[in-house]
Every structure is written in structure tokens, then in C-alpha cells.
Design a protein around this ligand. Structure first.
Ligand SMILES: Nc1nc(=O)c2c([nH]1)NC[C@@H]1CN(c3ccc(C(=O)N[C@@H](CCC(=O)O)C(=O)O)cc3)C=[N+]21
Length: 392
């Protein structure tokens, strides 16, 4: 690593961030929109970037034009309705609330046990390296959740914090050092990266065997080809499947609609669902009749990054709803003036659905647990304790 990279702070990260206050609430509204799916930049930034990207691509006929998903904000009249009187009490719903926190806790318990066994067997524990570029407060708080998760199960965590104005080469250098470090089994570059950086170049610097986020083109391609097995699958997609499977929800032959098509959630989730023999519809910002499609669906998985996009009227009676959105909305009654809400209007959906994940406390905690599971799997492969990636 060159002198220019001296700003890299490589730490036993746990000591650096002992507490985990949800700083996400403190961010300005624009910076926080659609955090989950949008592990992507805010729509405006993305539009600017796309323009320059489009100039570079001469032929987009076969692959389609490269334009970003920008959902129209819901009309004001569609704003989240006030909770019914007697909020907190059951409002005529029979839906099961799928408890992501407890699912995540069970997974972490199992991982902790396996980490202990690994330490006994080979004298090493798994290691996860996180590269955080810039000082977006939402990214900082997600990175803290990941590091706290590592701590809880005995996985070693390393954090490289780089200034937002550093060069792409500095980030690639940092990734390369983690590639060469045998105590590191997983490398995660927190997204979004600053606008001036080429995300593809940085992500493809991560060695395939350490790509616990599953964003490497070979991992994505192997996920898409049913005869092949990726080494890693993106954690949020795994979390959606885990929640469905653990809730005993049958997937084979079911009509599942995935809202959103990002590499972080929508795309890998739709691929994973097909491997489970579901019939998958993918809808996005250019879909003209989204609610007609969701109304026919047995399961709706929303990862659009738009608060209250999915209304009760979008759902078939008895549908299962998995809400991957993490959207901050103003709430003067909450401590920070904001609270997190999903893509789904929960108060409406809970009356129609047979099962639903809440936000917070649904997909989010399980996503972190899946990252820890992927890091453990990677270490098992590295130490010869497993010969194959995990079953999908
Ligand atoms: N390379 C990369 N990989 C990612 O997986 C990735 C990323 N970049 N960038 C950002 C998104 C977002 N994301 C979340 C993970 C957990 C919660 C989570 O734990 N949420 C909790 C707490 C929410 C709170 O209270 O702040 C919950 O929903 O209950 C949220 C969001 C992973 N992402």
C-alpha cells in the first residue's frame, strides 16, 4: 500500500465503534432515501452518472438501454395513513408477523457454535473485512451493525475507512491487501461508493473466494444458471428466502412478485426464487400496471426503496409480504424526528396478508446474519472443513 493510502485506518473495528446508535435518523432526507434497495445513490446522482455511462456504451440494443429505476414518489394522498385508533392493539388482522430479529438470533447462535468448533479444529476463526469509503452516516451505521454481528459470533472484523475524496486506486489497493490476507475470508465494500468511483472496477477487484456479498459477475452468473452453484449469494436475497422457508411457506409453483431489480436485492432474489421453482414476476419503475401484477401474487417481495409504495389494495387476500425497504420518514413523535418504514404500508397490508415482515425487525437483521453465515462458509472452504458451497 502506497503512502497516499496512509489514511487507511485498519482496526479491530469493534474498539473503534463501541455503540450502535441508529444514526440513520440524523441524515438529511435526500441522503437517506431508499437505503436498502438503493445501496444505490440517490436518484438524481444516479441520473447524472447514467448520462455519462450511456455516452460510453455504443450499443444498447441487445442489452437494453442503461437507465436507472426512478419510482415516482407516491402522491401526497397516498401518504401513510394514521394508525387506527387503539394502535398497538390488533386491528382486525390475522396476519402472522414474521419476527426477523428472532430468526437472526437463532442463526447467530448456530454460527457462534460453528465458529467455536472451527477454532478448536484448526485454531482459526473466520474474518470479515469491510471497506467503507466516505462518511455517509447511513453506511456508517450499517457497517456498525455488521461489526457488532461479527463480535457476537466470534468472527474477527477488520475495517478500512477511506476518505470520500480518495482515488479509486486507493480503494482497489485496500481490497487487494485483504485479498492477500489469509485471516480474511470475506470482503465487503459498502455501497454506495462516492460518485466519482467506478463501482464495477472496485467490486471486481474482490477475489471470487472472498466475495461474501455475491456481487462478482461470476457469482451472479452462476446464480442465474441453474446447473451451476455460486460461491456466494447476496445477503439480502438469502435473508428473504430464509424468512420464507423458516416460516414454512411453499415456493414451488407459487406466483412471487419481486419489486425492484437491483444487484443487491431484486435481481438475486428473483434468481434464487426461480431456483426454488417459483413463478417470478419482476416489476420496476417502468412497469405500467404494478398493482395488477402484485394482486395476482401469492408472495410479494418489495425492494424498491419507496415508502408506502405497496398499499393494501395491491395485495391478494392471504398473500405473504416480505418488505426489504428501509426508508426514513418524518415523525415528530420519534426521538430523532424520523422513523424507518418499509416499502409496504404495514397498517393496510397486515389486514390483507397472511404473513408479513415488519420494518424494522424483519429482513434487516436476517441480512446481517446471512453475511456472517457467508463469512463462516468461506472460512470453512478455506480451511478444508467444507468442500462445496452451502445449499441454496
Ligand atoms: N456492499 C453492500 N452490501 C449490503 O448488504 C448493503 C450495502 N452494501 N449497502 C447498504 C445496504 C443496506 N443494508 C442493510 C442491512 C441491514 C439493515 C438492518 O439491520 N436493519 C435493521 C435496523 C434498522 C435501524 O433501526 O436502523 C432492521 O431493519 O431492523 C439495514 C440495511 C445492507 N446493504
Amino acid at each position: 500500500m502506497g503512502g497516499a493510502a496512509a489514511a487507511v485506518a485498519l482496526l479491530a473495528a469493534t474498539r473503534r465503534h463501541p455503540t450502535a446508535a441508529p444514526l440513520v435518523f440524523l441524515l438529511p432526507r435526500g441522503a437517506r432515501a431508499g437505503l436498502h434497495e438503493a445501496a444505490a445513490p440517490a436518484a438524481e446522482e444516479e441520473k447524472g452518472r447514467t448520462r455519462s455511462r450511456r455516452k460510453r456504451s455504443s450499443s444498447c440494443r441487445l442489452l437494453g438501454p442503461d437507465i436507472p429505476d426512478a419510482w415516482d414518489p407516491p402522491p401526497r394522498s397516498a401518504a401513510r395513513p394514521p394508525p387506527p385508533s387503539g394502535a398497538g392493539v390488533d386491528y382486525e388482522s390475522t396476519a402472522t408477523i414474521i419476527d426477523g430479529k428472532s430468526v437472526a438470533e437463532d442463526i447467530r447462535f448456530q454460527i457462534a457454535e460453528e465458529v467455536r468448533q472451527m477454532k478448536n479444529a484448526v485454531g482459526h476463526v473466520p474474518g470479515l473485512a469491510v471497506v467503507l469509503v466516505g462518511d455517509r452516516r447511513d453506511s456508517e451505521s450499517y457497517v456498525r451493525y455488521k461489526i457488532k454481528g461479527c463480535e457476537e459470533v466470534g468472527i474477527k472484523s477488520l475495517l478500512a475507512e477511506l476518505p470520500g475524496n480518495c482515488t479509486e486506486d486507493v480503494v482497489v489497493d485496500s481490497v487487494s491487501r485483504f485479498n492477500e490476507d489469509p485471516s480474511v475470508h470475506g470482503i465487503l465494500v459498502q455501497l454506495p461508493l462516492p460518485q466519482h468511483m467506478d463501482e464495477e472496477r472496485i467490486l471486481s477487484a474482490i477475489s471470487l473466494e472472498k466475495d461474501v456479498d455475491g456481487f462478482h459477475p461470476l457469482n451472479v452468473g452462476n446464480l442465474a444458471l441453474r446447473s451451476r452453484k455460486p460461491l456466494f449469494v447476496p445477503c439480502a436475497a438469502k435473508a428473504c428466502l430464509e424468512l420464507l422457508l423458516q416460516s414454512g411457506i411453499e415456493l414451488m409453483g407459487k406466483h412471487v412478485t419481486v419489486i425492484g431489480r437491483s444487484k443487491v436485492v431484486g435481481l438475486p432474489t428473483s434468481l434464487l426464487l426461480q431456483r426454488h421453482h417459483a413463478t417470478v414476476s419482476i416489476i420496476h419503475a417502468f412497469t405500467t400496471n404494478p398493482e395488477e401484477i402484485t394482486r395476482q401474487s401469492d408472495i410479494v417481495i418489495s425492494a424498491a426503496g419507496v415508502a408506502n409504495l405497496v398499499r393494501g389494495s395491491w395485495l391478494k387476500k392471504g398473500a405473504v409480504v416480505i418488505d426489504v425497504g428501509t426508508n426514513p420518514i418524518e415523525d415528530p413523535t420519534s426521538d430523532y424526528g424520523y422513523r424507518l418504514t418499509g416499502d409496504v404500508c404495514f397498517e393496510e397490508a397486515v389486514k390483507v396478508a397472511s404473513a408479513i415482515t415488519p420494518v424494522p425487525g424483519g429482513v434487516g437483521p436476517v441480512t446481517i446474519a446471512m453475511l456472517l453465515a457467508s463469512t463462516l462458509d468461506s472460512a470453512k472452504l478455506a480451511y478444508g472443513l467444507a468442500t462445496e458451497p452451502h445449499e441454496l
